[in-house]
Design a protein around this ligand. Structure first.
Ligand code: PLP
Ligand code: LMR
Length: 402
């Protein structure tokens, strides 16, 4: 029956983890997938998460189904975290929201809802480059996927003039524009607040529909409210945005799959109609979401003490990554005098550094040095620690010198 099924390629990001697992060399380093590691290279369960879990255990929750749109208290608190307590549509009761299977699930629900109800052509513009899963998520939901300029390989910065030109003149009116709310994956380059304001104006002028992906709230600056700047600015300018939120990174709840999808609507009556259609989109996909992770996140978001502890732990993770950026820059530039300019390692934001290493160099690093990263030269900074950073820098130095 399946003889005509062709073998598919490995996933560009999760395939790197598979190759890493298969490597038996003790020096091996995995800088592929964006998953936080502590100073000893170990996965990190946040203290606030452990405490929330012990509270939950004591409360002996049942195992009943959640509603189709998940735990209501959780989505309310998730939306508050993103939009801010002062958000006008939040106060008006016109934000429609649902729990989702982490950020990926939120994007997929959003794309499926738009595919069915957005009254214009199903065209989405992604930044070039973007997270590898964005294209298949939108394509599999029936969208035509196009790109807008984002990264400039010459300056290793934002290609802002070309970005503006693409949105102003190339994207047809009513196109959906996907925006990384903070800590752009894979480049680590975010627009400045002034640039965000310009992008917001262009979206308004050209009637573009902003779809925000916020997978790293807190990870860019260490402050969850500062990282929500773009989302809150757009909403304050009257944009009715779509938003995908993930708690995988900022709460370290990767495998628990906790997220939320929300849409700003015009008024509570419109919101109620959108709510009803979100349920109709979700029910045949997975019926209703898992409860445990959402309960953990909600316990943290609704308890002042745990919330404060969470904010400091997010900051701690962000700071360790910034420290690794400084150290890696120092070793490459001062100790090894590796050819090239490495300032971008320090200036890039969030979990990743877009090193500029070429595909052949990343392949050689895996083969010869047992150092794994995605083929585009992106490294997950959190995979570095005091025990492996020198070996990593020396391996990069070797690959650059050829
Ligand atoms: N969007 C971006 C840009 C990401 O980097 C990720 C990865 O964390 C996600 C969405 C969603 O991931 P998850 O489904 O694990 O929440
Ligand atoms: C990544 O880009 O490494 C993360 O967002 C994890 C993933 O699912 O790809």
């Amino acid at each position: 029956t399946w003889s005509a099924v062709p073998a598919g390629p490995p996933d560009p990001i999760l395939g790197v983890s598979e190759a890493f697992k298969a490597d038996k060399d003790p020096r091996k380093i995995n800088l592929g997938v964006g998953a936080y590691r502590d100073g000893q290279g170990k996965p990190y369960v946040l203290d606030c998460v452990k405490k929330a879990e012990s509270f939950l255990e004591a409360s002996k929750p049942d195992k009943e189904y959640l509603p189709i749109t998940g735990l209501g208290e959780f989505t309310k608190n998730a939306v508050k975290l993103a939009y801010g307590v002062d958000s006008a549509p939040l106060k008006d009761g016109s934000i429609s929201a649902t729990q989702s299977i982490s950020g990926t699930g939120a994007l997929r629900i959003g794309a499926a809802f738009l595919a069915r109800h957005y009254p214009h052509a199903k065209v989405v513009y992604l930044p070039n480059p973007s997270w590898g899963n964005h294209t298949p998520i939108f394509r599999d939901s029936g969208f035509e996927v196009r790109k807008y300029a984002y990264f400039d390989p010459e300056t290793l910065g934002l290609k802002f003039e070309a970005l503006k030109a693409d949105l102003l003149t190339n994207a047809p009116e009513h196109s959906v524009v996907l925006l990384h709310a903070c800590a752009h994956n894979p480049t680590g380059i975010d627009p400045t607040p002034e640039q965000w304001a310009e992008i917001s104006d262009i979206c308004k002028e050209r009637k573009l529909f902003p779809f925000f992906d916020m997978a790293y709230q807190g990870f860019a600056s260490g402050s969850t409210s500062r990282d929500a700047f773009a989302v809150r600015h757009f909403v304050s300018q009257g944009h009715q945005i779509a938003l995908a939120q993930s708690f995988a990174k900022n709460m370290g709840l990767y495998g628990e799959r906790v997220g939320a999808f929300s849409l700003v609507t015009s008024d509570p009556a419109e919101k109620a109609r959108v709510d009803s259609q979100l349920k109709i989109v979700i029910r045949p996909m997975y019926s209703n979401p898992p409860a445990h992770g959402a309960r953990i996140a909600n316990t943290i978001l609704s308890n002042d003490e745990l919330y404060a502890e969470w904010e400091s732990e997010v900051k701690g993770m962000a700071n360790r990554i910034i420290d690794m950026r400084e150290k890696l820059y120092g070793i490459l530039t001062n100790d090894l005098k590796t050819p090239g300019e490495w300032g971008h390692i320090k200036s890039q934001i969030g979990m990743f550094s877009f090193t500029g290493l070429k595909k052949e160099q990343t392949a050689a690093l895996a083969e010869k040095a047992h150092v794994y990263m995605t083929a585009d030269g992106r490294i997950s900074m959190a995979g570095l620690n005091a025990g492996n950073i020198t070996y990593f820098a020396e391996s990069v130095d070797g690959a650059v010198r050829g």
